[in-house]
Design a protein around this ligand. Sequence first.
Ligand code: IPM
Ligand code: MG
Length: 346
Amino acid sequence: MSGSRVALLPGDGIGPEVIDAAVVVCDSFCPGDYQFETHLFGGCSIDASGTAMTDETLEACRAADAVLLGAVGGPKWDTTDADAPRPEQGLLGLRKGLGLFANLRPVRAIAALVDASPLRPERIEGTNLLVVRELTGGIYFGEKKRTELMASDLCEYSVEEVERIARVAFSASRGKVSSIDKANVLETSRLWREVVTRVHAEEFPQVELEHVLVDNAAMQLVSTPGQFDVILAENLFGDILSDEAAMITGSIGMLPSASIGNPDGPGLFEPVHGSAPDIAGQGIANPLAMILSLAMMMRHGFGREEQALAVESAVDQALAGGLRTADLGGSATTDEATAAVLAHLK
Ligand code: IPM
Ligand code: MG
């Protein structure tokens, strides 16, 4: 089993630095298992060709067995001009173009890092939750309007879109699904709640289901995060709650993600953090979210569970051994962090 083709999209800011770390880990831990091919994506693609994702890049990703992405964006391309290209358009276009409607964001309280979280240890201890975020619908993709005097973003969900993401959440659950909505205000949320309730009753009655209003969920995530198993949320709510949940681990630099859902195409694996332009180019970015995203690729993209577990356990051991990058209050460089993980993989 060798030579799975992985499209690499380093992107912008710290993206290339953390992508390098993932490639180094792969090449020394499982040489030959994965072949990498790099493509321009995001801001650097705008600079080169005026668009965040060229048709060639999308085609190359479609033809690959998996896609590993660093991060996109930066002040250079930040604009409120609706007609100017934006790096994020590449990301949204890629998720949509590959049909990746399910975004999995696991959040674990890592024992060695309890001191790095702004939350008290007794609050976060034992937290092991999974955010299942709908990724190709909702307000992100609805019609956008802009005039001199007004702007609007349409939030739309179909029954089918809610059904399929609900199935992912129930299937991933080890006991409970907390479905997030704003059903006291939003029509899309009322549809969401109805459909989730029906899918639960018809297909997953053994799983416990609760409905939580999104504002309340935001509060409970920091007061009693340990109560959650799977958090099921629409696109925008999932985006916001997953950043909040990241702080349970102490840093958003720790959170990996997998975007899946299309059985006929590759999955996309990327850290939850962004391009961190303020520290880009200094060699101090935390590569662990990227390395953990690599593990998610091994697991969800290729079914190589043992490989994934080995990488995850090496990250845990490196942290237990005292590894701390700047975001975790330490001074380890990206290379040192990568070496610390590799030391436990051999
Ligand atoms: C994320 C990011 C993206 C999103 C941005 C960069 C468009 O915040 O992956 O969570 O909102 O989905
Ligand atoms: Mg986000």
